[in-house]
Design a protein around this ligand. Structure first.
Ligand code: 13P
Length: 250
């Protein structure tokens, strides 16, 4: 089963609109005609109108780094799916480890957000991954299973089709310590097995599982060569147009 790879930029809390526009203006010519992989940018909410407008005539998708699970309401500082759609966003990250770590996002919240995204036709990239202490304690497999099972509660196989998962070992994020391709592939296989048990073989064979954590132009091709790795979610190295384009063209 060949799955089209998905290469995504998570800009985190970086860039202002002028910098975002300059990035897209430099990036699009570098990836013009590149149809082998799907490409997506995940900027901060304040940058979304600029980035969606700049990417409008391209195949580059744009999404949010986070959404709220409620349709609307008194949730100061949050962004609704309706707001995301209104500014041209089509994708969202859900449950990034920084959301889990600094904003107390639980598997239950991730699950609610996933329901909301799917209901509105937004492509969700659900992030999972173990922290260093869990890996060292031999708990990686059980952590991944719990996160995947928790995210998928109450979701039907039909509704689940658009879901993408990103495996991001927390110890590899922003540390320069990439998981080896073999170690990442091993974790991806755990996730795919769990997805098979929940949604069946057909879903799991089509499920794209991205790797994230210190992906750079220098290590992208070795990671992407793994059958189990269906793309990348890139933080630091996605902030520069040439660097991210080099990853896209691994
Ligand atoms: P880095 O690529 O900076 O390690 O970040 C990974 C990440 O968190 C992407 O979501």
């Amino acid at each position: 089963m060949s799955r089209k790879k998905f290469i995504a930029a998570n800009w985190k809390m970086y860039k202002i609109p002028a910098e975002a526009k300059a990035f897209v203006d430099a990036f699009l010519p570098l990836v013009a005609g590149h149809t082998r992989d799907e490409i997506a940018l995940f900027p901060s909410p304040v940058l979304l109108p600029t980035v969606t407008a700049a990417c409008n005539a391209s195949d580059v998708a744009v999404g949010a780094q986070n959404i709220h699970f409620a349709e609307e309401g008194a949730y100061t500082g949050e962004t609704s799916v309706r707001q995301l759609i209104a500014v041209g966003g089509t994708h969202t990250l859900i449950g990034h480890s920084e959301r889990r770590q600094y904003f107390a996002e639980t598997d239950e919240i991730v699950n609610k957000k996933l329901h909301t995204a799917l209901k509105h036709g937004i492509l969700p990239v659900v992030c999972v991954g173990e922290v260093l202490a869990e890996r060292e304690a031999g708990e990686t497999e059980s952590v991944l299973k719990t996160q995947v099972t928790g995210a998928f509660v109450g979701i039907t196989p039909e509704a689940a089709a658009p879901i993408v998962i990103a495996y991001e070992p927390v110890w590899a994020i922003g540390t320069g310590k990439t998981a080896t391709p073999e170690l990442a592939a091993e974790a991806h296989a755990v996730i795919r097995k769990e997805a098979t048990e929940i949604f069946g073989e057909d879903f799991a064979s089509k499920l794209r599982i991205l790797y994230g954590g210190s992906v750079k132009p220098e290590n992208a091709s070795a990671l992407m060569a793994q059958e189990e790795i269906d793309g990348a979610l890139v933080g630091g190295a996605s902030l520069d147009a040439r660097s991210f384009a080099a990853i896209v063209k691994y």
